[in-house]
Design a binder for this molecule. Sequence first.
Ligand code: HEC
Length: 130
Amino acid sequence: MKSKFVAAVIAAGIAVYAGAEEVKTEWYTVVDGTMVDKNTMNGFRTWRALACDRCHGANQQGMVGPSLLESMKIISKEDFVTVLTEGRLEKGMPAFKTSKKVMSNMDNLYGYLKGRSDGAITKSKVKPIK
Ligand code: HEC
């Protein structure tokens, strides 16, 4: 039982050392829920700069746009890129293909939102890992 639990924790990419909990995935690294790697930090900055929260909520919980905490569990990376690039204009999601910031931070934005949706990033507002 005990070894099974340990294996599950390791599989989830969670390492606990010196009181700090690190979650590391293909997309993001988070320490103690609120400190993130450079790429994820840039994802957060892009989210802020483009004011995605206007429609998706300050905590990604959804407003006129859907909850991204839920959406990110469902949509593929490909669909994410398509919806950000082309938008869904008839449904109120703008296209961001003319935003250099969004286009050059696509993976970072995906990582940040994935981390929020996974529950690994516990607060919308993050800071860099020291
Ligand atoms: C003007 C309002 C508005 C803004 C600003 C906005 N969105 Fe959206 N977004 C929407 C709406 C409305 C939808 C739902 C479209 C639909 O029904 O298919 C949506 C859909 C999405 C989806 C797809 C969700 C799914 O379940 O298929 C993603 C991902 C997304 N938005 C991310 C973002 C990000 C990231 C930003 C900032 C760069 C952003 N949105 C800015 C309104 C907005």
